[in-house]
Write a protein of this length. Structure first.
Lengths: 113, 116
């Protein structure tokens, strides 16, 4: 079985500040990990994914995440927040192509001027 | 044109009514999923289908049923709607393969359902 924990239901940053959204996973086998973003009144869009090819994964809009097996973490970062980054972010885990995705409860990112 | 479409986008109904949400995709994917999203609870899987003849219950299937009419169509029904089924519903598709063994999913725009 797999599970995902996202620490912090809301994260507030100022424009230009570092963004750090935390995700820890639990998995009995090496996982595949995903970050999705949901802008207001829209569906989910894939930001990036970890598929075991490289531990540091770069995604769209300047986001990246690092897979750390020893810490069972896959935190999402962006060096400098933009107002347009305000959205809800979901971390998800899958054990294989034959398993389903398990989502975290989401973190709402608020960006202030 | 969107690859995964959902109809209707918004629906208000009354307790006890039967309602159907529809999902269509042009991605050619075999796998389709229905989720519901509630504030603070993330996305929870209702039902999923790995091909036309395969239907599986997810985490929260009670009160819901599905129909996979074709590879491209997957419908979700609420037989007798109740207020706590008020939520945002998403359809998704995926197509893992030998070259891409992970289960990356592609989402529709969602249906906002309100049960009064």
């Amino acid at each position: 079985a797999q599970s995902v924990t996202q620490l912090g239901s809301h994260v507030s940053v100022s424009e230009g500040a570092l963004v750090l959204l935390r995700c820890n996973y639990s998995s009995s086998v090496p996982p595949y990990l995903f970050w999705y973003v949901q802008y207001p009144n829209q569906g989910l869009q894939l930001l990036l994914k970890y598929t075991s090819a490289a531990t540091l994964v770069k995604g769209i809009n300047g986001f990246e995440a690092e897979f750390k097996k020893s810490e069972t973490s896959f935190h999402l970062t962006k060096p400098s927040a933009h107002m347009s980054d305000a959205a809800e972010y979901f971390c998800a885990v899958s054990l294989s192509g034959y398993s389903t995705l398990t989502f975290g409860k989401g973190t709402m990112l608020l960006v202030s001027p | 044109d969107a690859d995964v479409t959902q109809t209707p986008r918004n629906r208000i109904t009354k307790t006890g009514k039967r309602i159907m949400l529809e999902c269509s995709q042009t991605k050619g994917h075999d796998r389709m999923y229905w989720y519901r999203q509630d504030p603070g609870l993330g996305l929870r899987l209702i039902y999923y289908s790995f091909d036309v003849k395969d239907i599986n219950k997810g985490e929260i299937s009670d009160g819901y049923s599905v129909s996979r009419q074709a590879q491209a169509k997957f419908s979700l029904s609420l037989e007798s709607a109740i207020p706590n089924q008020t939520a945002l519903y998403f359809c998704a598709t995926s197509d893992p393969s030998t070259g891409r063994p992970y289960n990356e999913q592609f989402f529709g725009p969602g249906t906002r359902l309100t049960v009064l």
